[in-house]
Design a protein around this ligand. Structure first.
Ligand code: PSV
Ligand code: MN
Length: 382
């Protein structure tokens, strides 16, 4: 296996361990965490069997606690650390017509203050990244002034950026629609790039793989943002139709391979690149902990295949105009079954050869099913 595989780190979202669903129904599952403390214990289980997921992202206010230093210590005791802090300006009545873009300065200030609170949390957790996804947008032509909203967004982001600590970054996520249906204020990588470029070096873009129109060439965006030095992080998931938030690589493993190939090509696996690979998923009907294990393994598997591409041969074929030869080199890597080699790679590192099986045999699920009775199960939005 390629040495760079040892650099792979995948951050888990705390909310993947809570219940989630669609607007039609959220199904509860035995063993679902009631608190962020329990979510972190579950996330640590994924790291124990994969060795690939040493950090957990939090969502504020879903994961609000009184003592973040204690939460960080709890994570450490479980063998993981706290990672990205995600802000949330999409579930408060005040934000009906926008948050950082709102026409009313009082509402904008409330949204800015929430981000300053998140920065305070980051100081206590030791987190590097503040990730911002905005639900801001409009549903009807004429409802809002597109340009005015961009200007207010720029001003709000600049205020937040000024408050970041020296080692902290702002990561701006884009999404082309939903909940706004006509116009979203940060709909695409170009807008996110324009906004973060105006701020400075420590403002970068988050690429959520589910946030593009069907047919979008996502690996092109990866290559371009890496080239521009502005790819801050990924929110990995997969989609069949809209923003499905399904297990990464489930809908289109080849797309995940192509994305990881561009990450490798652009130096994004090197820790110094600052690119954070995160999952942003929900497990609505499947078991959550194995769902996260499978996701981590899918990223590992496609990264291992991407690292198999014979780059020298590829460049030679490209330069010779050998279209089929170049394509054949890429496809050879994609079609290589790396699973036996990865089992061996894990064994050499003292990890279970089969993490899914190791978790199933660990008895952890049965223990939490029995222990976590009563209380209110965590869910998306709580
Ligand atoms: C928005 O759809 C998003 O992708 C953002 O990253 C949010 O923080 C996350 O979903 C919540 O699941
Ligand atoms: Mn996301």
């Amino acid at each position: 296996m390629h040495a760079l595989l040892d650099e792979l780190r995948i951050e888990l979202p705390s909310w993947a361990f809570g219940n989630s669903g669609t607007r039609f129904k959220v199904f509860g599952t035995p063993g679902t965490p009631r608190t962020v403390w329990e979510k972190i214990a579950d996330a640590a289980t994924v790291h124990r069997v994969t060795g690939l997921a040493p950090t957990v992202a939090l969502h504020i206010p879903w994961d609000r606690v009184d003592d973040y230093a204690a939460l960080a210590a709890h994570a450490r005791e479980h063998g993981v650390a706290l990672g990205t802090i995600n802000s949330n300006t999409f579930q408060d009545d005040a934000y009906k017509f926008g948050s950082l873009t709102h026409v009313d300065a009082t509402v904008r200030q409330k949204a800015i203050d929430h981000h300053l609170d998140c920065i305070e949390v980051m100081h206590q957790t030791g987190s590097r990244d503040l990730k911002i996804w905005l639900a801001d947008g409009t549903n009807y032509p004429g409802q809002g002034d597109i340009r005015g909203r961009q200007d207010r967004l720029a001003a709000s982001l600049a205020t937040i950026y000024r408050h970041l600590g020296e080692d902290q970054r702002m990561v701006l996520e884009y999404k082309f629609f939903e909940p706004a249906m006509y116009m979203t204020d940060v709909p695409d990588w170009g807008t996110a790039y324009a906004q973060v470029s105006a701020l400075g070096e420590r403002a970068v873009v988050c690429l959520d793989t589910g946030h593009h129109a069907p047919g979008t060439n996502i690996e092109f965006i990866v290559a371009q943002l890496l080239r521009l030095g502005k790819l801050g992080s990924f929110d990995f998931n997969s989609r069949f139709y809209a923003d499905d938030d399904l297990i990464v690589g489930a809908a289109d493993p080849f797309q995940l391979f192509r994305i990881m190939f561009e990450v490798v090509r652009g130096g994004g696996l090197d820790a110094r690149s600052g690119v954070a690979l995160m999952l942003d998923q929900c497990h609505n009907v499947e078991a959550k902990i194995p769902g996260q294990i499978r996701s981590v393994l899918n990223v590992l598997e496609m990264t291992a295949r991407a690292l198999l591409v014979d780059v020298d041969g590829l460049v030679a074929a490209q330069e010779a105009g050998d279209v089929l030869g170049a394509n054949g080199i890429v496809m050879d890597a994609f079609y290589t079954d790396v699973r036996p080699a990865l089992a061996q790679w894990r064994t050499e590192r003292g990890l279970p050869a089969d993490p899914m099986r190791a978790f199933a045999e660990s008895g952890y699920q049965q223990a939490i099913d029995a222990e976590r009775v009563g209380g209110t199960q965590s869910s998306w939005g709580a």
